[in-house]
Design a protein around this ligand. Structure first.
Ligand code: PNS
Length: 163
């Protein structure tokens, strides 16, 4: 029996990238032949960082992973997956609270494009409570986020909120 090449997309907002995201990227990169981290260009949300800033930060944090590419997309994830010839979507699950939305997205995506299988990785325990939303709240209120995000992200956040 021969396993097919796994070309996986890890989609998300990554606003900003956390240590939990980075852990998933490195574990995903060990499973897949090619891992494409894809940032959604969401016109409805007002992001903290521009897509270009987020691409730069993820590229920097994942620079040692040679099979990881960082890109952005608009529109439906399954259409982007088709354009990139991806056969998998990678998502992380931290707690049971993530499950409902993730299940819904996975089933919708499967209905629209059955060729793309969603693969879930459980977040490591030490990262299971970290979210981009909380990071933004902590930094806005003057807290220290250095143990939750990669160093380059922490310094960008500090620069943004230093005045
Ligand atoms: O990091 P996030 O914000 O939880 O990521 C959500 C994301 C980007 C994976 C999801 O919103 C998405 O895939 N959006 C693209 C639009 C789409 O395909 N929607 C239909 C399936 S839910």
């Amino acid at each position: 029996m021969c396993a097919r090449r796994l070309i996986a997309i890890y989609p998300g907002s990554f606003d900003p990238l956390t240590n939990g995201h980075l852990d998933l990227i490195s574990r995903g990169a060990q499973l897949a032949e090619q891992l494409i981290v894809a940032i959604l260009q969401n016109t409805h949300k007002q992001p903290l960082f521009t897509v270009d800033e987020r691409i730069e930060m993820i590229r920097d944090a994942a620079r040692e992973l040679s099979n990881v590419e960082v890109d952005s997309f608009e529109g439906l994830l399954v259409d982007y997956a088709a354009r990139r010839n991806a056969n998998a979507i990678l998502r992380g699950i931290r707690a049971i609270s993530d499950y409902e939305t993730e299940l819904q997205m996975a089933l919708i995506n499967r209905r629209m494009r059955p060729e793309t299988e969603t693969i879930f990785l459980m977040a490591r325990e030490e990262y299971s409570f970290i979210s981009s939303r909380m990071i933004k709240e902590i930094i806005t209120l003057g807290g220290d986020v250095s143990s939750f995000v990669p160093a380059a992200v922490a310094s960008r956040l500090r620069a943004k909120f230093s005045h």
